[in-house]
Design a protein around this ligand. Structure first.
Ligand SMILES: Cc1cc2nc3c(=O)[nH]c(=O)nc-3n(C[C@H](O)[C@H](O)[C@H](O)COP(=O)(O)OP(=O)(O)OC[C@H]3O[C@@H](n4cnc5c(N)ncnc54)[C@H](O)[C@@H]3O)c2cc1C
Length: 396
């Protein structure tokens, strides 16, 4: 069930309650340890489990599949609160949801029964494995090879190749892996598989050492003849690229919301600081030049929130979201980068110090301009849609 707001543009009562509950949880349980988790670069699985117990891992999904019955607009409220408290944890949650939503849309009844309960409750952690060492933006060029194997009674696929930059991977239990059954076929050969941790021939490689979101774990995945049952293939052979793109369009709304929260946190921190810090005999907040900066930061946050809300509401109405989700993710991640950079500037020397949170926020913002499609790729997606409206066909 998707909640329809009684007031156009406003939130339903259930959504407000959800927002308050998540805000309380995020500020009480998530925010206090954020600096230490960043320093130690440790993913906190206990915290993720608590998020599952609170029901956050089920928020955007319908009750029919075991979800909480909220829509994507409600999901953006959750993600914004998480991004406000800890961008790394927000990304972990977002990727977990990204890895399970294709099972809901493309899975067989048997796959849904086998995979969803533990994913929706956060008992299991998910990862989404698309990127390879030589194939990021050009995901259709991926080379991880899936070769049919096994016997007629127990068909399998052998997976051979590697993935890089896979968020949650070192800690995850289940992996949505994209491979090709026919490298010459480009996107038409790409096929999705559900792979479990511990599958023989599947192991972890190098851990990614990151600039920001350092407590969100990510690593390389190595497939050395890993044998995956054909029953774990999600969709048909050749449907994987479509599955990946539709999941990423949803994931971008989620990342846009987290970026909005991160930008809001940096704005709030900077505003508080300007009221506390005195220079030239008066609080910095009285300097008009700095007030203008704050106003422009607030403008960016408001635009990011509005674009994110628009994309989420389009998703809830069942509309195509390719363009709206790219616009939202590109706008909100650029807003987060600009606002966190300005926040560092407004803190002066203290902004550059690891004793204060704004330098972490600035580092955390940068990645969002790169993952889930770089912001250059989002320009290509948007331009393609603009041209399609004029010519009636895709230019890509
Ligand atoms: C923190 C983090 C977490 C990630 N998590 C995941 C994950 O969970 N799962 C996963 O599968 N991947 C993940 N990734 C990988 C991410 O999706 C890729 O890094 C991203 O898609 C870019 O690919 P690339 O790094 O290969 O860059 P490239 O594709 O090599 O691009 C390099 C530069 O060229 C630009 N560029 C490329 N092609 C064009 C073009 N046609 N026109 C204009 N500019 C272009 C890009 O925008 C970029 O600036 C993650 C990355 C990061 C940094």
């Amino acid at each position: 069930m998707t909640i329809v707001s009684p007031v156009a543009g406003g939130l339903a009562d259930e959504e407000r309650l959800l927002q308050e509950t998540v805000r309380d949880f995020a500020r009480r349980e998530v925010a206090p340890g954020v600096g230490e988790r960043d320093e130690t670069e440790q993913f906190d699985r206990v915290l993720f489990t608590k998020m599952g117990e609170l029901g956050l891992t089920a928020v955007p999904f319908s009750e029919e599949v075991g979800g909480a019955g909220f829509g994507y607009r409600a999901w953006t409220l959750v993600m914004e609160e998480m991004g406000y408290a800890d961008m790394a944890m927000a990304v972990a949650l977002s990727v977990h949801v990204l890895s399970q939503s294709p099972v809901i849309r493309w899975g067989t009844q048997e796959q849904k029964e086998r995979w969803l309960p533990e994913m929706l409750t956060g008992t299991c952690l998910g990862a989404f494995a698309l990127t390879e060492p030589h194939a990021g933006s050009d995901a259709a060029a991926l080379r991880l090879r899936a070769t049919p194997a096994g016997s007629p009674v127990a068909p399998t696929y052998h997976l051979q190749g590697s993935k890089v930059w896979i968020t949650n991977a070192p800690d995850a239990d289940r992996y949505l892996v994209f491979a090709t059954v026919d490298p010459a076929a480009g996107p038409r050969g790409i096929t999705a598989f559900l792979v479990e941790r511990g599958t023989p021939g599947f192991r972890f490689g190098r851990k990614e050492r990151k600039l920001g979101i350092r407590s969100s774990s990510a690593c390389e995945l190595l497939f050395e003849g890993a044998e995956v049952p054909a029953a774990n293939r999600l969709g048909e052979e050749g449907q994987g690229y479509r599955i990946a793109l539709s999941a990423l369009a949803e994931g971008r709304i989620s990342i846009a919301a987290a970026c909005t929260g991160l930008a809001q946190a940096a704005l709030d921190a900077a505003a508080r600081y300007l009221t506390e810090r005195t220079a030239f005999g008066r609080p910095l907040a009285e300097q008009q030049g700095l007030r203008f900066m704050l106003a422009e930061m607030a403008q960016k946050v408001a635009i990011a929130r509005a674009m994110t809300r628009a994309a989420a509401e389009a998703k809830d109405r069942g509309e195509s979201i390719g363009e709206a989700s790219s616009l939202a993710k590109w706008t909100a991640s650029d807003a987060a980068m600009a606002v966190t950079t300005d926040a560092v500037q407004l803190f002066g020397g203290y902004g550059y110090s690891r004793e204060f949170p704004v330098e972490r926020m600035m580092r955390d913002a940068k990645g969002a301009q790169i993952y889930e499609g770089t912001n250059q790729i989002h320009r290509l997606i948007v331009a393609d849609q603009v041209l399609k409206r004029v010519t009636g066909e895709s230019q890509h």
